[in-house]
Design a protein around this ligand. Sequence first.
Ligand code: PEP
Length: 251
Amino acid sequence: MRIPIIAGNWKMNKTEEEALQLVSDLKQRLGEVTGVKVIVCPPFTALFSVNKALENSSILLGAQNMHWEEKGAFTGEVSPTMLLTVGCKFVIIGHSERRSYFYETDHSVNLKVKSALKFSLSPIICVGEKLEERDANKTKEVIEIQLKGAYKELSDQQAEKTVIAYEPVWAIGTGKNATPQQANEVHVFIRKFLSDEYGEEISEKINILYGGSVNPKNSRELLAMSDIDGALVGGASLDAVSFEGIVKSAI
Ligand code: PEP
């Protein structure tokens, strides 16, 4: 049985003060929630304070990116050990915004995934096709290439600790979400990839989240699908009431 995961990707939003206000609201609203893993991924500058504010709460902390090296001359980057010291348990890797605006590749995604696992951070690996790729009937081909890249040289034990987020690029921040059937078809395809690579038992343990304009109105239907095991939420995670609605629809 996979416990659903609802993860909020705050992107480049919330000052430290605003982040603390949101966390305080979330703790009040979600303090008693069980049967679902709730993760918040604030910007780097708020991780330290948010971690402290989350003490005695079941809400978990994640980062939005990291470098694969532990330390060194990488100006502007943040390492996996740095994330550990501020309480992160998860890290989003290969978000489509990182791939398109910051030129991340399947190779750098693989380096980051391996490094995250080495330091006991669970990577939330993002994959997803662009609109022109979907229109050209290339969705599965694109997803398979991204998966092969991300999971290159990962052992069974490592693969088991990963989380995948299927995020069709055309659905991110656009208000156009995939229909539950469209999304689930890709999730089933991803599970088959995992089963072929690592066997059915491991593939059944890996949470595959859907991301792309998830909100409290569409989340219940998406989360009811056989292979949708949670959501990676952007815009709607910035508001405590919307995020609460999504989290509660997963139970
Ligand atoms: C995201 O960026 O991961 C995302 C899914 O954004 P939104 O929910 O705003 O589409």
